[in-house]
Design a protein around this ligand. Sequence first.
Ligand SMILES: *Cc1c(COP(=O)(O)O)cnc(C)c1O
Length: 340
Amino acid sequence: MKIDLRSDTLTKPTPEMLEFMMNAEVGDDVYKEDPSVNELERRIATMFGMDSALYFPTGSMTNQAAIKIHTQPGEQLIADAYAHVYNYEGGGVSFNSGVSCKLLSGHRGMITASQVEEAINPPDFYHSPLTTLVCLENTTNKGGGACYDFEEIKNIKKVCDQHGLGFHLDGARLWNAMVANNEDPKSYGEVFDTISVCLSKGLGAPMGSVLVGKQQFMDKAIRVRKILGGGMRQVGYMAAAGIYALNHHIDRMAIDHQRAKELGSQLEKIAVVTSVEPIDTNIVIFKLAEGPLKQRFMEELTEKQIFISDMGQGKLRIVTHLDYSEAHHERFLAFLQKFK
Ligand SMILES: *Cc1c(COP(=O)(O)O)cnc(C)c1O
C-alpha cells in the first residue's frame, strides 16, 4: 500500500467523480458553448459574489493572467518572498508581463499592511518602477499552509485603495483556509479584485483553476487566456469534475486538517525531529537532525512505501489530501509511534 503525501495534487478522481464527468454535457468552450464550463464559472462567481469567472487549465495560468491584466510592462508588484507567483511559475511574472517583484519577508508567507505600505514606490519618483499590484497567497504553500487573519487582509485592501493598487489573491488552497477558519467566500469576493482558486489540489479534480473577479478585469481575462494558450474545447468533462468537487469535497477537508495535526503531534515526540512548524491546514513542514538517524528515518519511510517531499534547506513536507485514507493514516501514525 503506497502512501503518497508529497502533494495534494497527486489525487485521482474518485469513481463517483469519474461517473459524473462521463455524463457531463459539453460543447466548444472557446465559443463559450460548453454548458458544464459555463455552469462551473457561474457557480464560482456566485459563491464569491463576484461579477464573473473563467476556467483555466492551471493555477499558474490564472495567476499569470491576473498579473497581466493588472499591470503594464516595467511596473512592479508586491508579494511575500515565498510567493508561488515568484518562485514556482517559471519566471512568468517577467516573461509574460515584463513586471518585477518587490519581495517582502513576511511571516510564513504572509505580509502585513504596514509592510505593503512601506514597499510602495512613490509614484512621482520616476527612477523606480511604478507599483501597481499586491498579490497575496492564502493558504501559503511555502509557508506551510498558513492562513491569513482576515482583518489583516482588509487592512491591506485599505492600503491598496489609498494607493490605487490592484489586489489579487492566489487562492490555490483558499478552500482549505475557508474550511479551517469557517470563512465565507463572499468576504473574499468583497475585498479582492481577482481571485484564483484551484480545483486540482484539495478538491481532487484532475485539473483546472478558476479566475474570478470584478467585471472590469474579467473583460480582459478571456483574451489573455487565449494568448497564453489556455482556450480549451470540450473541456466540460474536466469542469464537471470541478462541479462534483464543489458539491462533495469541500467540507471533508476538515479531515485532512485533523490528520495533518495528528501527524504533527506524533512527529514532535520523535527524537530525530528537531522542529515542526505550526499546522493550520493540510501541510506539515518539519526538520530532522542531520546524521545517521535521519538517514534511517528516510530509508524506513521509503521501505514502508510512505512518500514525503524534501523542500531543501533541511525542510521536509507532508501534505494530506483526499486519497490519504484512514487506513493510510493509521499505518503512518503506527510507523511514527514505533520509530526509535
Ligand atoms: C499549486 C499552486 C498554484 C498553481 O499551480 P498549478 O500547478 O499551475 O495549477 C498556485 N499557487 C499556489 C500557492 C499553489 O500552491
